[in-house]
Write a protein of this length. Structure first.
Length: 134
């Protein structure tokens, strides 16, 4: 668990700066899940996985990501941030789990590939390339 504490801290700092929170929002569970505490503006549930499963190995898997205010760039900004820190901590892929219509459209827009129709993944390098072109 201590292994991912720095990752948790980076995500917490990002959310605190981006959304002007004064207190920590993010916790790390014993089974390597990074999640936000209950609040009204952000809902994040991120699985940290090093072994191959349905998703590639070394993958940060977004199980849940939502913002109270939608379609103003928070999701894209977070994915850009996540791509940068993924490489910093040795993760080569980012996944989105159990998508709905909105999140699958979002994933396709950013270049994620479909694993099975409802789960998507992309290499961190591909995302970094995508954002450097914009």
């Amino acid at each position: 668990m201590i292994e991912y504490e720095e990752l948790r801290n980076d995500i917490d700092r990002y959310l605190m700066e981006r959304f002007k929170y004064r207190k920590s929002l993010v916790c790390l569970t014993i089974d390597n899940v990074i999640a936000t505490r209950r609040n009204s503006r952000i809902d994040l549930y991120l699985r940290v996985r090093k072994v191959e499963s349905l998703f590639p190995p070394d993958c940060l898997i977004i199980a849940r990501l939502s913002f109270r205010k939608e379609r103003i760039g928070h999701g894209t900004h977070f994915i850009r941030f996540l791509a940068g820190i993924a490489r910093k901590y040795g993760f080569n892929h980012i996944g989105i789990e159990c998508t709905n219509i909105k999140s699958s459209t979002f994933a396709k827009k950013l270049g994620f590939y479909s694993i099975d129709g409802e789960n998507y993944a992309i290499s961190a390098n591909s995302l970094i390339d995508y954002f450097s072109i914009e």
